[in-house]
Design a protein around this ligand. Structure first.
Ligand code: G3P
Ligand code: CA
Length: 244
């Protein structure tokens, strides 16, 4: 069965990368969540997509220049039309604490592409170990050096490279870095690539799939997973392909 990962939580309707969006994803029966991790000045891993807080909160500046205490004062629901109450930027610890009480999978994306947060891999590994989530976490990144470093620290934690482009035989590349899967932009997840990868034991989890036709195609072909902003819609479409 194709798994459904809620991209930044159920981010179509709820403020992305907040506990509200993650809790909603669980309600909408997603199999897992996807989230983005940056590091504060005092080295707390926090869940926010951009290097700066400007787009998603009422603050301004780089995450790396805030202490965690300072960052918590910002409102991550500020720009959302449906949420009127304040929502803080979650720490990764807070999300892991919540995951301890459910069975969801979690795709942790290390945002090390622009700012190479020194030590982020060690910090994230130790948190995964503390919460014993090794079997439920997939760590991905556009910065493949980052996930390879993480794999060397913790070979029992699954890694997955993210791609924006059409690599040739990506399953061979994935195998070469000891990844059990890869996360391509959905435009590059052709049926041929998905079939060949899965036949070679490599999972394919395309992002960010909100288009009904594309969801249909990926469920029909039995793709390993989809990463979507709209888990409820994906769940509804997937039902057509799974016997009740
Ligand atoms: O993990 C898939 C996707 O989240 C990668 O792109 O920019 O949404 O983090 P982005
Ligand atoms: Ca992401």
């Amino acid at each position: 069965m194709t798994l459904i990962f809620a991209h930044r939580g159920s981010s179509d309707a709820f403020p992305e990368n907040t506990m509200k969006a993650f809790i909603e994803a669980e309600k909408e029966q997603a199999d897992g969540i996807e989230l983005d991790v940056q590091l504060t000045r005092d080295l707390e891993p926090v869940v926010i997509h951009d290097e700066r807080v400007d787009r998603t909160t009422n603050g301004t500046g780089y995450v790396k220049d805030f202490t965690y205490k300072e960052l918590r004062k910002l409102d991550a629901a500020y720009r959302n039309k449906t949420i009127v109450t304040k929502e803080p930027i979650p720490s990764l610890r807070e999300v892991f604490e919540w995951l301890s009480g459910n069975h969801l999978l979690c795709n942790v994306e290390l945002k090390t592409g622009k700012i190479p947060y020194k030590g982020i891999e060690e910090i994230v590994v130790s948190l995964i170990r503390e919460y014993q989530l090794e079997d439920r976490i997939i760590v991905s990144s556009f910065n493949h050096y980052s996930i390879i470093h993480l794999y060397r620290l913790a070979p029992n934690i699954e890694i997955a490279p993210l791609f924006m482009e059409g690599l040739y035989m990506p399953w061979i590349y994935a195998k070469s870095i000891r990844a059990k899967g890869f996360h391509p932009h959905y435009r590059f997840a052709t049926n041929e690539i998905i079939k060949a990868s899965m036949e070679n034991g490599i999972a394919v989890r395309p992002y960010t799939v909100n288009n009904e036709k594309e969801l249909h195609r990926l469920f029909q072909i039995g793709c390993s997973a989809v990463i979507t902003d709209e888990p409820a819609k994906a769940f509804r479409i997937r039902k057509q392909f799974t016997p009740s």
